[in-house]
Design a protein around this ligand. Structure first.
Ligand SMILES: Cc1cc2nc3c(=O)[nH]c(=O)nc-3n(C[C@H](O)[C@H](O)[C@H](O)COP(=O)(O)OP(=O)(O)OC[C@H]3O[C@@H](n4cnc5c(N)ncnc54)[C@H](O)[C@@H]3O)c2cc1C
Length: 484
């Protein structure tokens, strides 16, 4: 063999892991290089996806319990539960997930080596371990799957005591009474609603002029109702953030101004117990030796790739967060696998699907795929919508879920689905039924022509389909023609 390995993968998160697993199925010799001394699995298992979901799931259960059996004393969850108890099972999940990744890799005869990987040339990776020793490995292909980190904030420091990040917030020993969340993305909403469900008073400070602007209008309106009911305040276009501890009052003060404020230059102060900073994600690409060997990046350092995740250097691939949008574990799993197929399968045709689902694990969940109503109209479709509110479906009643909306955007000419938008319990799972029908070329009549289990949240698809069809009928199309 000309090289030590067929492929060297730098980073063992979802992108690296899936590339390793797929490559091993092609009977290839694979090495995974991982900088984390203790754990494999990257942010997916150790700091991002899984741990945050574990806390969120506990909060959701507490909130459901409180709704079902209201506490006469109106005691807030933070007065009843200890953070340590809520999070104790998180560590067990992480341990078992870590073991599973390790076992899966070794079962599939994938080698692992701990240390920082760096490209020396297009076929050579140098790995520096924690003792400072350097070792070189060569391979025909290389996958860069090094993930991302939060941008360092301006005007204050993340000290993991007063100011926390998405990792250290999960090590809190108590549930805070007040929390200021600084962030403009989906993680800000997830943590805000997770802590709000535990009774924490939340203010979100967003840098952007519109919070989560990609949401469909109806979903955003439902979300706004939830935020108002939970007393979660969202302050937009914040600037000049400064954070200090007021020892006299025993509080943390978050000073900020607002861009385009009517009272120009006015400074606002929020009192809180902790601040959670969720900065913009930037790629872990510094020091990888990209520039030296000609791997192109954008101005923020995200690696540029084609549709099969090949970089500007033909045998080097990049996947996952380091390769930019959408920066999700869900997409990273597919990207790593596609990269492997492009490396080792002749005439590979596997690519990322045009439409992928997005989920926000807020309480309630939000999920969507495809076009919003507004985008569908802008694109020139003869678009119509069907809506189903959870309060009108039996599973909503049975589960005591008053909040929820499933909206289907479809083309009136052929009833084909253009987009699906859901807010409510199980939205992130529910989206997949619509995704399957949509991707297989089905239309909204699928949901009324087929029998769906009852009661289920899936009934929302049936009701939304009827709602959409009734709209078309009222617009003058004969029912017989619709059902043909
Ligand atoms: C709080 C939070 C919640 C999230 N929730 C979700 C969710 O619900 N659903 C979802 O789909 N996504 C979620 N994500 C995003 C998801 O975690 C990431 O998109 C995903 O982990 C990216 O995978 P990756 O393989 O690109 O990188 P990572 O998982 O970040 O792994 C990269 C690995 O590379 C290693 N590495 C870096 N540089 C080097 C080097 N030079 N040499 C060797 N090793 C190196 C790192 O140590 C790390 O282990 C969340 C993220 C956060 C922060």
């Amino acid at each position: 063999m000309k090289y030590d390995y067929d492929v060297i993968i730098i980073g063992s998160g979802p992108a690296g892991f899936s590339c390793a697993m797929q490559s091993s199925k092609f009977d290839k010799k694979v090495l995974v290089v991982e900088a984390n001394q203790e754990h494999l699995g990257g942010a997916w298992i150790n700091s991002g996806t899984v741990p945050s979901k574990a806390l969120r799931e506990t909060s959701r259960i507490i909130q459901r319990y409180q709704n079902q059996f209201p506490d006469e004393a109106k005691e807030k969850p933070y007065a009843k539960y200890l953070m340590g108890d809520l999070l104790s099972y998180k560590d067990q999940i992480l341990e078992s997930k870590n073991k599973k990744v390790e076992k899966d890799l070794s079962k599939n005869e994938v080698d692992t080596y701990r240390g920082y990987g760096k490209l020396l040339d297009k076929n050579t990776v140098e790995v520096k371990n924690w003792e400072g020793e350097k070792k070189k490995f060569t391979a025909e292909y290389i996958l860069l799957a090094t993930g991302s980190h939060s941008k360092v904030p301006e005007g204050f420091e993340v000290d993991h005591d007063v100011v926390l990040d998405d990792n250290s917030v999960l090590s809190l020993t108590h549930i805070p009474r007040r929390l200021v969340v600084i962030g403009s993305g989906i993680n800000a909403l997830e943590f805000a609603t997770t802590f709000s469900s535990l009774g924490t008073r939340i203010t979100i400070l967003s840098y952007t002029s519109k919070f989560l602007p990609f949401l469909d209008g109806d979903i955003a309106a439902e979300l706004n109702k939830v935020l108002t009911e939970s007393s979660i305040e969202v302050i937009q276009q914040v600037r000049d953030l400064a954070i200090s501890v007021n020892d006299l009052r025993g509080t943390v003060e978050v000073m900020h101004s607002i861009k385009n404020d009517k009272e120009k230059g006015r400074k606002y102060v929020l009192e809180t117990e902790h601040v959670l900073y969720l900065g913009k994600k930037l790629p872990n690409t510094a020091g990888l030796g990209l520039e030296e060997i000609g791997v192109k990046t954008d101005k923020e350092g995200f690696i540029e790739t084609d549709a099969t995740f090949k970089t500007s250097v033909g045998n080097i691939f990049a996947a996952g967060d380091a390769a930019g949008f959408p920066r999700l574990a869900s997409a990273s799993f597919s990207q790593g696998r596609i990269a492997s197929c492009e490396m080792f399968q002749d005439d590979n045709t596997l690519k990322m699907p045009e439409q992928i689902p997005f989920a926000i694990y807020s309480i309630p969940e939000i999920s969507n795929i495809g076009l919003t109503q507004k985008k569908a109209v802008e694109k020139g479709f003869n678009a119509a919508v069907g809506r189903a509110f959870y309060k009108n479906i039996t599973q909503g009643d049975v589960s005591n879920q008053k909040v929820g909306l499933l909206k289907i955007v479809f083309n009136q000419d052929d009833f084909k689905i253009l987009g699906i938008h859901i807010i409510g319990e199980r939205a992130s799972d529910l989206i997949h039924l619509g995704q399957a029908v949509m991707n297989l070329g089905g239309d909204i009549r699928y949901f009324i022509d087929h029998v769906l289990n009852y009661p289920t949240y899936s009934e929302a698809y049936r009701i939304a389909a009827f709602n959409g069809i009734n709209f078309v009928h009222k617009a003058g199309v004969k029912y017989k023609k619709i059902l043909k």
